[in-house]
Unconditional design. Sequence first.
Length: 57
Amino acid sequence: MGNFFSGMTAGALMGVAIGTVIVSSMDKRTQRMIRRTSKRMMDTMGSTYDGMIHWMK
């Protein structure tokens, strides 16, 4: 189980680093669109997580 979380953490850090490089070269409109979409995705994931926790109780 420890290897799984280590791999997930390493993947997330690499994704953030690559994303930072790519987004910095985009125009402001594209950056705003990505920011809005990521907020919607986080809201959706939070709702899904809450629903799963409620269902498991």
